[in-house]
Design a protein around this ligand. Structure first.
Ligand SMILES: *Cc1c(COP(=O)(O)O)cnc(C)c1O
Length: 385
């Protein structure tokens, strides 16, 4: 089976991890800060906090922005459940904004309409999670302008997008957001096995991210409520978690970050070949907004079902049966039983449902060979023609 995604591990990556195993620190040593500096230097953010997953990063991001009960978090329905669950962890209510049929990201027009409706009802969101689906950045400048008008905070869920650019600047510089989150799960662009990071330019948000990552504990005298009892002293001043990343993961991350541009470049080469080879098939190829240079975590096609004799499911099953490890990103979050139980109806977000009825993610990963890609292309042609 040709997988839809796969990590790329070199001898250099392996050596970096082994070196940590032979060192004094398996956690809370020098590699964590080194990885944070590598990513924040690359992205151009002031601060970065490595954690054990993007899910944890989203959770502490919401806490750092003081999301709580009675608040609303809004996001897109076409995302992994973690982009929404982080709001529920904080006791907040979650709502969704339908997608743009061209980019599959949150529609900024739909966002504006929903904000105008929510304002008189006193139901404006406190936090908006903008997800850069497939690695293509959302229209952040417009979203940021709406945040100033309607007074909400912005988290970029850039789990798909490290190495990508928006208006010719790196995603992760937080120019249009309070916090940007990356995932380093093995299917993503850069991996630390499990892992994530939260970036910000705001010193107060940074202080809170650091606290929530590690039990709400501080060793900084300035943050303490009284003079330390002695040199052993620390204080717990918030209710935090243990979301720390290990030194093994951070060392792998530093090593992987040396290849981030190569990773994204290779994905663009693969995408270029897909665009050329699949042009004449009854499918919609991913449209790229001129402001974006996508990280291309995913390559999603949409079937033009009225031109195909098979159903969406038939095509998916036929591809799998022929060894093509296609996938579907994502089942709209509001249709998950857990969210349905809170009152969402499938047709609340019709563009998301249309997308779900047609989308298929083709294999796309750094180590994919030309032969493997040719196999995907020829099987797809065979199934659709
Ligand atoms: C993968 C992913 C996450 C969660 O990442 P983990 O590191 O596995 O916790 C969150 N949001 C999106 C959009 C993702 O694709």
């Amino acid at each position: 089976m040709i997988p839809y995604g796969k990590q790329d591990i070199t001898q250099g990556d392996i050596d970096a991890v082994v070196e940590v195993l032979q060192s004094d620190f398996l956690t809370q040593g020098p590699k964590g800060p080194a990885f944070e500096k590598t990513v924040s230097d690359y992205c151009g953010s002031r601060h970065a906090f490595a954690v054990n997953s993007a899910t944890s990063a989203l959770h502490i991001a919401c806490l750092a922005l003081e999301l709580g009960p009675d608040d609303y978090l809004w996001t897109t329905p076409v995302t992994f459940v973690a982009s929404a669950n982080c709001g529920l962890y904080c006791g907040a209510k979650v709502d969704f904004v339908d997608i743009d049929p061209a980019t599959y990201n949150m529609s900024v027009d739909a966002l504006e309409r929903k904000l105008l409706e929510a304002e008189p009802k006193g139901m404006l969101p406190k936090v908006l999670v903008a997800v850069h689906l497939c690695g293509q950045p959302c229209e952040m400048e417009r979203i940021h302008a709406l945040s100033e008008r309607f007074n909400f905070r912005i988290i970029e869920d850039a789990s798909h997008a490290i190495g990508g650019r928006y208006k010719d600047e790196p995603i992760g510089n937080c120019r249009y957001s309070d916090i940007t989150v990356f995932s380093f799960h093995p299917v993503k662009i850069v991996t630390t096995a499990e892992g994530g990071m939260a970036l910000t330019n705001d010193d107060e948000i940074a202080r809170r991210l650091a606290l929530f990552r590690s039990h709400g504990i501080t060793r900084d005298n300035e943050q303490m409520t009284k003079e330390p009892d002695g040199p052993w002293y620390y204080q717990q001043i918030e209710l935090g978690y243990n979301y720390r990343m290990t030194e093994l993961q951070a060392a792998l991350g530093v090593s992987q970050m040396g290849r981030v541009d190569a990773f994204v470049f290779r994905r663009h080469q693969l995408a270029h070949r897909y665009y050329q080879a699949l042009e004449s098939l009854p499918i919609t190829l991913p449209w790229q907004h001129p402001d974006s240079y996508s990280g291309l975590h995913l390559f999603v096609i949409r079937l033009k079902l009225e031109q195909i004799k098979l159903t969406h499911r038939d095509v998916f099953e036929a591809l799998r049966a022929k060894g093509i490890g296609v996938n579907l990103h994502y089942i709209p979050v509001h249709t998950q039983p857990y969210y349905q139980a809170t009152g969402f109806k499938a047709d609340d977000f019709p563009e998301a449902m249309k997308y779900y009825a047609e989308a298929i993610s083709l294999p796309m990963f750094h180590g994919m060979t030309t032969e493997q890609q040719d196999e995907v292309i020829s099987v797809l042609k065979e199934v659709l023609q």
